[in-house]
Design a protein around this ligand. Structure first.
Ligand code: ZN
Length: 162
């Protein structure tokens, strides 16, 4: 039988009273050229223009932006401007169950699919309650700056009613 430790000899471990916001729970992409190959999308968005990639071989337009065309596997892609106004194609309200660490606690909020013509994309619909909206409503792009948890200047897109 081995000698068992007494209370006096046991190592003490501690649990922090606060936990730092983990990078893995950051909802938004890192956006610079050394972090993502679609950095041009974020550069354009930071400059005020929503863009995406178009394949110069088969003319397919993708969203989100790609580095290889999912239609023809070509890699000759160019960035094209997207309209900033569109129609609400579908929408729902988020009432709870936010990802752990998300800094926005103002539930409920609205998310939707917006038809911009060339593409449909999903995004948050700001400045509107679920009960205020109807399918087919006109919405416009809204670009937001992201505060933290990195030191980078990051942006993301949302929409708002016109
Ligand atoms: Zn293609």
């Amino acid at each position: 039988m081995t000698d068992t430790s007494t209370d006096d000899e046991r190592e003490q471990v501690s649990v922090p009273s606060e936990i730092e916001f983990p990078r893995l729970l950051d909802f938004y992409d890192l956006q610079t050229a050394d972090q993502t190959q679609i950095h041009e999308f974020y550069d354009n968005l930071r400059a005020g223009q929503l863009t995406t990639t178009r394949c110069t071989e088969c003319d397919a337009i993708h969203f989100p932006p790609r580095i290889v065309c999912p239609e023809c596997t070509g890699d000759a892609l160019e960035y094209v401007d997207l309209p900033h106004d569109g129609e609400l194609f579908a929408f729902s309200a988020v009432r709870g169950g936010l990802p752990l660490g998300l800094r926005e606690h103002e539930v409920p909020y609205v998310v939707g699919v917006v038809d911009l013509g060339p593409i449909r994309l999903s995004g948050r619909i700001d400045d509107a309650a679920y009960s205020d909206l109807e399918i087919g409503d006109s919405v416009s792009l809204k670009i937001v700056d992201i505060d933290g948890p990195t030191d980078e200047d990051r942006v993301f897109y949302r929409f708002e009613p016109q």
